[in-house]
Structures are given as structure tokens and as C-alpha cells.
Design a protein. Sequence first.
Length: 505
Amino acid sequence: MNNKVIIVGAGPGGLTAGTLLSHQGYDVEIFEKQNFIGGRTSTFELDGYKFDLGPTFLMMKDVLEDVFKKAGRKVEDYIQIKEVEPLYRIIYGDGREFYPSRKRDKMSQEIERLFPGNSEGYNSFMKKEKKKFDILFDCLKESFIKPTDLLKKEAIKSIPYIGIKQSLFDVLGKYFKEDDLKMAFTFQAKYLGMSPWECPGGYSIISYIEHATGVHHIMGGFGEITKGMAKVIEEDGGRIHLNSSVKELIIENKKVIGVELEDGTRNYSENTILNADFAYAMNNLIKDKYKKKYTREKVAKQKYSCSTYMLYLGVDKVFDIPHNNIIFAKDYKNNVDEIGTSKILSEDPSIYIQNSIVTDKSIAPEGKSTIYILVPVPNNTSNIDWDKEKNLFREKILDIVEEKAGLQELRKYIEVERMITPKDWEDDMSVYKGAVFNLGHNIGQMLYFRPHNQFEEFDNCYLVGGGTHPGSGLPTIFESGRITSDLLMKNSKKDNRYLQKASIL
């Protein structure tokens, strides 16, 4: 078997692929430029406080469980998963609070409490969206490498459900009368970094997934997922090198044969998987002379997601608020337009707050807690000077959460703090334009029209992560890892049959 596989980057997609391939006997070697694994799906510590760097929601935990099952393991031997109930607290601009739940009866009662007459629409949503989810997720699990793959039965069946002519907000209008209730089922478009007024209607399945399968927390932080995968890879003989930045791919005759590190070391392999941020990899890891499709100019013309402004606060108090909290701007549509169209900082932003101490006591010293604050903001195609604006924006955000979220006098209790701006995402984490949710998920960047898992520019090269099919968000990134590893194994078997036949001749 031609079984040496190099993976560039130890994010969740690359680790998923490495987990599956190492279990199948491939010689997996991963090179990660940071001094930690997991990329944005990691956990960091400040003076005894533990914070998730990026993702804080786990949906469709069965996808993660299936990765470990395919690797001959049980996920519970590596990771402890706990469901969060209610799903989250939503705070509207007028101060009303809404507590969505996965429990159908409880959710119907909560809708009737705040939005009388809309519970029947919820029941219809759960019934019809289940059918849509079953069809669309079957499609998303397929690979799309050549144009004729769009003729696969899974793709053809999905056409009426993708929402080519309808936005996510339009679709929710079929079920709910109140705009505020629609917003509670559309804000999940932030996982895609898109406006619910522009996001294809098919993505209504994301809110369905939350309500059907629940929202889960990883005990000890989401970095436990990637640590668990890394452990499996190493148990099966794979190797992970930290502080090992890849300078470029080694390419001969349109074939990737290995990687060169920043220190000049060359490592060769039969196959290479790119798990770096897609646009960053195209611009920095492949010499311009080799590229035809993804030139710098073409990369710049792609549509990208929004970015995020982050505050990680270790506080000397435990606040009585739920695990997940969303504060909506008074004019949410205007806020979304400012992020994606005007590309300016909102005077009235929407804010997500994680207060995981109520679920997980391990993440802070006794009597203390961690407060994670995420604000969707424009990516770095804006002209925002973050060095100038970041501290002023901090004060604005803290004013809002102290007033609206039940975090009274939060500043008074802050002991440790870290801030990340879109500029930091780009400079420190190699995220192109700070677009943390990667390429947008518009129709022209989905399925076959998204970068392919089997890279079309070069032989023996594969892509994985949020910038390739099927897209961003942890469950789809796990699926990306599975699709990529399946393609690599399938092609390796073909190569071996050819080599065996050639040796006989």
C-alpha cells in the first residue's frame, strides 16, 4: 500500500481524516504551525480559567460518535458530552426573554407564552424540516468532484429543498407570523457567517437540528474533542508535530509529493491533505506558478463569511444566567446588513455569551467562572482599524452585557482577560480576512461549486475543513474529514491495483 499521508494542520477536519486513516493502517503524519492542536476547536487556559477558543455548541453528536466508532473506539472513552437545556436564552431588543427547548411540549408552551398562536407553526416546522433534513444531509454526505456528481440521486432529490430562490428568513415565514420568533430560528445562520435574509432557505435544517438533536457541551472544553482524536491517531501509530509550520507544498508534474517546512526540512508522502484555512493555503502554501483555478485574484473574488470580536473573561463570581445566551440588536436586520454589506461596526450589535460554569465546574476555580463573549462583526475586507477601535468596542460590549444579560457590574469581577479581533484571527491564526466561518455558503459556493475534497488543481492532494465541501460548523467539518479520507482510501486502492497489474506485466 502507498500509505504515507501528510496532513497540513491539526484542526478538527484534519484530525478527523487522520483518525480514520490511521485506523485503516495509513502512516499519518500531521504538521501543525501552532503550539497546540485543534485550531479554533481548542481550549486555552489563563490562570486556572479554561476557555473554548472558538466553537461552544456541539450539534449532531452522533456524527462525532460515528467518527470514533469507525476508528474502533467509543467516544465516551475519550470525551464526556453533556446536553444543555434550555438550548439558550434569547434576549430581544425590548428586553423580553425567550427560552427555546428541545422538549416539544415545553417549547410549544414557551412559544405560546411569548408568541401566542404560533405553536402550531412550530409543530409544522419540526415535521416538514425533518423530511428536508433527511434529504439534504444525505446530499451533503456525498462527494462532489466532477460536474456529473450533481446528477447523483441524492443531489437531484435535494434540488427542491436547497432554497435557490428563497432565503432562510423567507422559509421561516411559512411557519411563524412574528418576526422575533423567526429570528429565533434564523440566527443560526451565524454558524455559516451569513445573513438570514441572504442565506439559502435549505439551511433552515440547522435550527431543526438543534431542536431535534439538542445542543451539547464538551466537559473540560471543546479542545477535548481534538485531544481525543489526536490520542486515537497516536495510539494507531500516527505522529503529530507542533510548532511545525509548513512553508509550501512540494509539487512535481501537477502532483503533490510532500511538504517543505519553514526550517527547510522536506517531508515526502504519497498523499497530502490540506487542513489549513482554504484561502490562506491557496495564497501561501502553493507557489503562484502552479495555480490556475485558485489564483490570488480568484481567491479574493470569492464570498467570505463574517468575522467575530471575542472577549474571554475569568471572573471572581458565578452569575445566575443560562449556559448559552443571545442578545439580539433592537434592529437585527440592520445589524446584519452592517456586518455583511455596509461593513461597519454596529452601534447596536448582537452578542452571544457562554456561561459554561453552570454546566461544567472544571473550567474555573471554585466560586469563579468564565464568561465567553462573541460578537459577529465584518471581516477584514472592511476598513475597520481594530488597533484603534478594539478597546472602545470592548466598553460598548461590556455596557450592553452588564445592562441586558444579567451580568451586573461584570467589570468589577474580571481577574483575567483575553481579546481577539478580526485582525488577530488573520495575523495570529492564519484565517483569511479574519473570516472565521470561512467561505460563504451561497448557492454558488455549495456542493460541486465549493472547493473539492479531492483537490482539482493537483493529483494526490486533498482538502478538508470549513472551506471545502460540505462547509463550516463542526458536524459538517467532521463529515468533510470522513469524505476526504474515503476518497483517499478509494484512490489508493485503485493505485495499488494498477501497480500490481503493472508489476505482473
